[in-house]
Design a protein around this ligand. Structure first.
Ligand code: ZN
Length: 149
């Protein structure tokens, strides 16, 4: 085990999300709905990181997220790394990758868009240059400027 990981207690089984920029921690909590989770969630915040200056780590005991859930994280933390832990051992490492379609997670910035005026899910297509395109009004927004629902 690397020394920096000792900042947060080890878990027996579950998922570790590392290299989260500290300022994005609460977005990650929101995207994974950790506030509604029944299993133990350990959060390390403002931990020193040689690569990032300051980072956050989240450990969720007894929880294995689907790829769909994890890929949401790419919206706010494209460089997060994930470790799947079984019996205190890392059995799998994953990187998040942006899905092609984003449904019900991001608000359309166009006030005239139907999704802002009707009770319906937003839908975006991810385009090449790091932008999201609304499927209803074609508004494009760079990932850095998106607003989560
Ligand atoms: Zn729209």
């Amino acid at each position: 085990m690397k020394r920096q990981e000792l900042h947060v207690a080890a878990i027996q089984n579950g998922t570790v999300i590392d290299h989260i920029p500290s300022e994005k921690l609460f977005h990650v909590v929101h995207l994974l709905q950790l506030d509604r989770m029944k299993s133990a969630v350990t959060i390390g915040y403002n931990l020193p990181s040689t690569k990032m200056g300051s980072k956050a780590i989240i450990k969720v005991a007894d929880k294995f997220f689907t790829d769909d859930e994890l890929n949401r994280l790419a919206l706010v933390t494209p460089n997060a790394s994930l470790c799947i832990i079984r019996d205190y051992e890392v059995v799998e490492k994953k990187q998040v990758c942006l899905p092609e379609n984003i449904v019900g997670l991001v608000k359309c910035p166009n006030p005239k868009c139907i999704t802002n005026n009707e009770p319906m899910s937003t839908r975006f297509t991810v385009t090449g240059g790091g932008t999201l395109k609304c499927r209803y009004c074609n508004h494009e927004e760079h990932l850095e400027n998106i607003q989560l629902l």
